[in-house]
Design a protein. Sequence first.
Length: 105
Amino acid sequence: MAVKCIVRRRAADQDVETIIDYYLGEAGSEVALGFVDALEAALLHISRHPGTGSPEYAVELGIPGLRSWSPGRYPHLVFYFDKADEVEVWRVLHDMLDLPRRLRE
């Protein structure tokens, strides 16, 4: 099984920093670290099986190749593109946001 390199866009890194800061401030370090662990597991899964993510938003927004995957028990989605030699993580967003609007930004 080929494992693809994960490349995170700046917006995805900013999303993750915002999420961690929120969890640290509102729920504590245990929850923040749990999110980090869940995100790392999600990224590992995506690197091994990039085709398993949902194409729902690709269809809805007309963005070819866009997929999403959830990091387990946390209410976020990892949005990414499966490229020839890598997986490009585009955004990491809370699933209760206006995702179509956020993804168009």
